[in-house]
Write a protein that binds this ligand. Sequence first.
Ligand code: UTP
Length: 295
Amino acid sequence: MSRRLRKAVFPVAGLGTRFLPATKAVPKEMLTVVDRPVIQLAVEEAREAGIEHFVFVTGRNKAVIEDHFDKQFELETTLKTRGKTKELEMLISELPSAGQTSFTRQQEPLGLGHAVWCARELVRDEPFALLLPDMLIHAKPGCLAQMIDAYNSHGGNIIAVEEVPHEDVHRYGVVDVGPVQASGAQKIKGMVEKPKREDAPSNLIISGRYILQPEIFAKLEIQKPGSGGEIQLTDAMLALMTDQEFHALKFKGKTYDCGDKIGFLAANVAYGLARADLGPAFRKALNEILAADKG
Ligand code: UTP
């Protein structure tokens, strides 16, 4: 029997240098896709998958993330006084309950692996989900819910993967996998961070959602800096692979890398068009822009 998944970790301590100057004072996780910060969309995905506790690994200049998941009494009172019931109800329904969130700080951005390790005292001896909020995944059911289905059938560690063109593999973590199993997942035989095109074992890339067993923390604790001088999660997962099984799940959905300008702009267009309340008017505005654009 696989141990039930209750907690999710959101590393949000990165510098977001690709998005400067926007990220000088505003964390990149607070950049909005239509009308919600990307961090809220990731929390909604975890909530929909049944996660009960949300652990944020933050850093300097990130206090606004904590505020976003708190009650805003003044705002709620003003909305009530002005009869803005719909807006008030939305704010209340989207807020995690009291005690469902925890925040810790990564004092220096030493890499994703180090950020995950910073959550060890909050996760303790439980399996957990890890969501990189800037990798926004448009999927129904959500990507994490699809992964939990596979997890419930064989447990272990699961990594969400997706196919990219072969010429792009050098930008990502790439997995080497066996045949598709009954759960839809494939056993991982190996993985490599940012391989040369000719060395890549496949075109399946690691795409920002993981289910990990708590033994990963002991591996992270002794992990030396790897690619880019950062403590890499992929290296610690490789170390854990000698003791435990890892599966890759090719989820159904589309990823937008919102840490990258093109990915972020594309996400706003896709999410805007998909909204029942905004889609038709937005499509019209977009068509007008495209018609007027001389390229
Ligand atoms: P990125 O690779 O996107 O790095 O991190 P970054 O530093 O945030 O952004 P750029 O490349 O400078 O533009 C992937 C995820 O890991 C978190 C980030 O916040 C993001 O969610 N992260 C990364 C940390 O929490 N700490 C780190 O030291 C590095």
